[in-house]
Design a binder for this molecule. Sequence first.
Ligand code: DTR
Length: 337
Amino acid sequence: MKRKANFLMVLFFFITLVMCAFSFNPATAGTIELSYANFPPPITFPCVQMERWKEEVEKRTNGKVKINTFPGGTLLGPKNMMDGVIAGTADIGNLCQAYQPGRFVISNATALPLGIPSAKVGSLVLYDLYKKYNFGPFADVKVLTMFTTAPSNIMSKVPIRSLADIKGVSLRASGGAAQILKAWGANQIGMPMSATPEALQKGTVKGLFSSLEVMKDFKFAELCKFVTYTNTPIYPFAVVMNMDKWNALPDDVKKVLDDLALEQAEWTGSYMDNHAKESIEWSKKEQGVEFIDLKDKAQWDKALEPIVTDWITKNEGKVPAQQIVDDIRALIVKHSK
Ligand code: DTR
C-alpha cells in the first residue's frame, strides 16, 4: 500500500515537472506586461509619444518589460484617466491636465499667457516645475514624464482678423486656453479634443483653439480654412503610473523608466514643434488655408493682462502662486537659450 502511494507521488511529481516544462516559454518567461491607456486616436501626438516610449522601454529593458498600448479611449477616456490609473484599470495613462484645471492647479499655471514659445521649452519648464514642487495631485501615482503642446492658435471656419471679429464666435478650448478665449470675447465652449471633430462637423462650434498639428492629424484643415496666429498658450500633459505597479517593479526597470522621464519630455516637445510646422505647410499647400497675422495684436495682449494677476490672487492661499509664476518666467528664459 505504502509502495503504491510512493509510486503515485513520484508519478505526480514527474507529471507536474513535464507540464511546467511545456508551459515554459523562454521568450515570455519573467516578462512584465503593463497596459498604457490614451484618449485620442493613434495618429495624434499623445499616442506617437506613447509608442516611442513603449519602444524605448522594451529596448532598454531587453524585452523584460512589454507595454500594451490602448489608444483612442479604448481603456480610459480624457477625464477619467487619472482616477482610472489610481484604481488600476490601466497601469499607465496619459492625461491632458488642462481638462481638469481645478485638480491640477500648479501645472495649469504653465497655461497662463506667460509667453512659452514652443513645446520643447514648455515641456522642459513643466518638467522642472514638477521636480521643484512635486505637485500634490500626483501623490498617489508615479509620474513617468510631463510635456506640453506647442502654443495655441485659432482655427476657424470664419476669418478672424481683429478683436471685433472674434466677439461671440463659438470656439472650443479647455483650461487656461478657455479663459483666454473668454477674455477676447469669444463664446468659449469646453470639451476634450477627442469630442471636437464631431462638434465641428455638426456646427456646434465654428472653430477651436489649440496647437496647429491637429489641422493635419484630425484633418481640421478640411473644415477650418482660417488660422489666426495668437501663439499662446500651451496645454500641459502628464503620463502617470499606478503606484502599486510601480512599487512592484524591479530596481533595474525603475531606473530605465526614471532615466527616460526628462528625455521623453524633451523628445515629445521637439516632435510636437516639428509636426506643427509640417501641419502648417500641409494646410497651406494641400488645403489652401489662410494664415492670419493680427494687426491689432497689442490689444489682444492687453486683454490678457488681468489673467495672470487674477490667477495669483485666486490661488495664493492654496499654492505659492506668485513664486510659481516667477519660476515659470525664469524657466522660460533658461530653456529658451
Ligand atoms: N490643445 C489641447 C491638447 C491637444 C493638442 N493636440 C492634441 C491632440 C490630441 C489630443 C489632445 C491634443 C486640446 O486642444 O485639447
